[in-house]
Design a protein around this ligand. Structure first.
Ligand SMILES: C[S@@+](CC[C@H](N)C(=O)[O-])C[C@H]1O[C@@H](n2cnc3c(N)ncnc32)[C@H](O)[C@@H]1O
Length: 211
């Protein structure tokens, strides 16, 4: 019987990246640029996962919290565009929001994606309607509050996804952000069919309704 491999074994991580096709559109350029400038993006593995999930649910209304320079936004947008869907993404830093808009323009997604500059805690309550998929990827302290704001805004069978659901292992320790992320995870799992996958820094996924 083969030995048990560890999820975070470097060779396994190298392998799963090596079999991925090149990211589409302008994403390879953003991947290089983000690496050089130290901008935290989800990277090609989680980006492609978001793309596949939007395609799987034929998502037409997508919300993202934490745009940065628009990397994950473009993955979401490329999938939503296939169904005439729309992505709304919220970014608090106006310089990053402008850079994201320029990248979205270069990816030919102006008609699919809207970036709103502002604090997501203020912006979400002002948005109208429900969403088929909400992706959370910003300040970890806010995660429990985002659950309270986002859960009611999901459509039936809508997906709630959060990056950094393990927060570098801090969910096991007593740090402020670790406690907030662990609280978010238990809110998600007690309210929805949900799980945390130990991929990269952890990805939480829940589906609404039908329990
Ligand atoms: C990890 S980065 C997002 C990366 C992006 N999702 C990607 O993978 O390409 C988190 C972003 O959230 C933004 N942010 C932090 N707090 C926020 C808030 N309260 N409302 C909106 N954006 C916020 C930060 O400025 C930062 O650009």
């Amino acid at each position: 019987m083969p030995g048990i491999w560890h999820m975070h074994d470097e060779k396994i991580i190298e392998y799963v990246h090596s079999i991925l096709p090149k990211s589409p559109s302008i994403l390879p350029r953003i991947e290089d640029d983000a690496r050089q400038r130290g901008i935290p993006i989800v990277g090609p593995l989680i980006g492609r996962m978001l793309f596949i999930l939007v395609r799987a649910i034929r998502g037409r209304r997508i919300l993202e919290i934490g745009t940065a320079v628009g990397y994950s936004t473009i993955w979401l947008g490329l999938a939503a565009k296939r169904f005439n869907g729309r992505v709304t993404s919220i970014e608090i830093d106006p310089v990053r929001a402008d850079e994201a808009r320029a990248n979205i323009h270069s990816a030919n997604l102006d008609d699919t994606v809207e970036v709103i500059t502002g604090d997501a805690l203020d912006v979400i309550p002002r948005l109208k309607g429900r969403f088929n998929l909400i992706f959370i990827d910003d300040g970890k302290d806010n995660y429990p509050r985002y659950f309270e704001l986002c859960y009611p805004r999901l459509s039936k069978n809508g997906l709630l996804i959060a990056d950094n659901a393990l927060w570098h292992g801090e969910v096991l320790r007593d740090s402020r952000e670790g406690i907030a992320v662990a609280r978010f995870n238990s809110m998600l799992i007690s309210s929805m069919d949900a799980l945390v996958l130990p991929v990269r820094d952890g990805v939480a996924i829940g589906i609404k309704g039908g329990r």
